[in-house]
Design a protein around this ligand. Structure first.
Ligand SMILES: O=S(=O)(O)CCCN1CCN(CCO[C@@H]2O[C@H](CO)[C@@H](O)[C@H](O)[C@H]2O)CC1
Length: 490
């Protein structure tokens, strides 16, 4: 049972990749410029302004569509090797289908990739970071099995145009947020709320779409240009609420039925959904008089088609929860939450000065999660594609500096003591941006953005200077105050 680990003199390996991440909807703006059509997020926030905490929209955001050269300068100022950004499907294919490509949209990303090359920065492209064209949602979106071909055609256009320069690809950012929160709930677009049914249809189609794009890349583009392709899954760490066997079972069940719902089909030796979730949903569906399980089945051929379809495990991690088995039904009936039947809380003593109420500072959770993934998925190379902290703004962001010191310290212990196979780390995010339902209230940036200024002025925060030092020295700063660290150890 490790803590995040006391302050150490460990350093990051020479070939360790340091990066910084963003996403199209959150930074680009130009929501309807140069041929781009609405995404499901444009539709959601324009028709339900109250969905967003400050009633804001991503119509302009940080205006990176016009200010990307400043963005690339900032990435260079940080001294990082690699920049993770996402491409907007409705900017490339306004009607969602590949019969008509928006050349102005392609040109924007070509300009961005060329600018990165000029500064000797490696691009990492996220193909889907939640921006489904609304025109495809109008015909069912991720619950319509034809989406597999639509998504594959879209990815093929990106490979055709950029695979010669882009060597790192992520098919999906956080499928759980899209399927469970967006199709099963109302926390994410399209806020369909068809809990118990649509989240599993979305999951089933999305995993097949992921495999389809992997095989296309592997067959047609990797032989020509090399490169690596993976998936980015979000996961909290799940700590048992007490040492009881029931709570320990709840923690394992959480990991297996949330991150594992997507990780098992792709990364496990046997493939397929985790047996636990199949059993739970099959049983509940029978009790609820459905003619067949609400969780669709993969055929043996499909299990093989999806298994092993990633070169690395992309992990987005922020915080930790305490888990226990529910003693009475939880969540909507039917729903994934009700199917799994666990309860999660957070320890009130865990520090959180964060504007995102869910973001508690628990570095030992990061270390334990990395170990769990390494152990569960045969030591697959892990790239932390997102990790960061939210506050209400300000350039002297002490809490964010502290968060990064503690999480990077936990990462060093994971690498050197637990031998977790972590090969890269991306800070979320390069700059303050549109934080979904939190709008511009919650800031995750290493650079402050003045959203009131015409140039959306970007200013380096103290955390940007910390990150630059860590990348340059490959270790933690000597003056990092270990004293306040003990508050966080598990
Ligand atoms: O437990 S509660 O129901 O009360 C709140 C849910 C907590 N989740 C944890 C996972 N997080 C995914 C992170 O989402 C990622 O992280 C960034 C910061 O949020 C986003 O800006 C990125 O776009 C996204 O990739 C979303 C919030």
């Amino acid at each position: 049972n490790f803590s995040g680990g006391a302050k150490s003199n460990y350093t990051f390996p020479k070939e360790f990749l340091f990066g910084v991440s963003t996403a199209a909807i959150q930074i680009e703006g130009a929501w309807n410029e140069d041929g781009k059509s609405p995404s499901i997020w444009d539709q959601l926030v324009h028709s339900n302004p109250t969905f967003v905490r400050d009633r804001s929209t991503p119509n302009v955001a940080a205006n990176s569509y016009h200010l990307y050269k400043r963005d690339v300068q900032m990435v260079r100022e940080l001294g990082v090797d690699i920049y993770r950004f996402s491409i907007s499907w409705p900017r490339i294919l306004p009607n969602g289908l590949a019969n008509s490509v928006n050349t102005l949209g392609l040109q924007y990303y070509r300009n961005l990739i060329n600018e990165l090359e000029r500064y000797n920065i490696t691009p990492m492209v996220t193909i889907y970071h939640w921006d489904l064209p609304q025109k495809l949602q109008d015909i069912g979106g991720w619950t319509n099995a034809h989406i597999i071909d639509y998504y594959t055609d879209y990815a093929n256009i990106l490979f055709e145009n950029f695979a010669d320069k882009v060597k790192y690809w992520v098919t999906f950012n956080e499928p759980m947020q899209t399927c469970i929160e967006g199709y099963g709930g109302t926390y994410r677009a399209p806020a369909l709320n068809r809990h118990g049914i649509a989240e599993y249809l979305c999951t089933h189609n999305l995993l097949k779409a992921h495999a389809s794009v992997y095989h296309l890349f592997n067959r047609q583009y990797r032989p020509l240009y090399g490169g690596k392709i993976g998936l980015a899954l979000d996961s909290n760490w799940a700590e048992p609420r007490s040492n009881s066997s029931s709570d320990r079972q709840a923690a394992q069940l959480y990991l297996r039925t949330h991150m594992g719902l997507y990780a098992n089909p792709v990364y496990s030796a046997e493939g397929n959904y985790p047996p636990e979730i199949i059993k739970l949903v099959d049983e509940k569906s029978r009790q609820q008089n459905y003619s067949q399980s609400r969780l669709p089945k993969f055929t043996p051929e499909e299990v093989e088609y999806i298994r092993g379809t990633a070169d690395f495990f992309g992990l987005n991690h922020y915080t930790t929860y305490l888990l226990s088995m529910a003693t009475k039904p939880v969540g909507q009936i039917p729903s994934h939450e009700n199917d799994v039947g666990i309860v999660r809380v957070q320890d009130p003593t865990w520090p959180s000065m964060s504007s995102s109420s869910w973001l508690k500072v628990v570095p030992f959770g990061f270390r334990k999660l990395l170990h769990w993934i390494s152990k569960s998925y045969n030591n697959i190379p892990i790239i932390v594609t997102e990790n960061g902290y939210a506050d209400y703004s300000g350039v002297h962001d002490k809490a964010r500096v502290s968060y990064y010191n503690h999480y990077l310290n936990a990462l060093l212990h994971a690498i050197h003591e637990d031998r977790s196979n972590v090969q890269g780390y991306f800070a979320w995010s390069l700059m303050d941006n549109w934080e979904w339902d939190d709008g511009y209230v919650s800031r995750f940036g290493l650079y402050l953005v003045d959203f009131e200024s015409p140039n959306k002025t970007r200013t380096a925060k103290d955390s940007a200077r910390l990150y630059t030092r860590v990348v340059a020295t490959r270790g933690l700063p000597a003056d990092y105050d270990a004293a306040d660290y003990t508050a966080f150890s598990g």
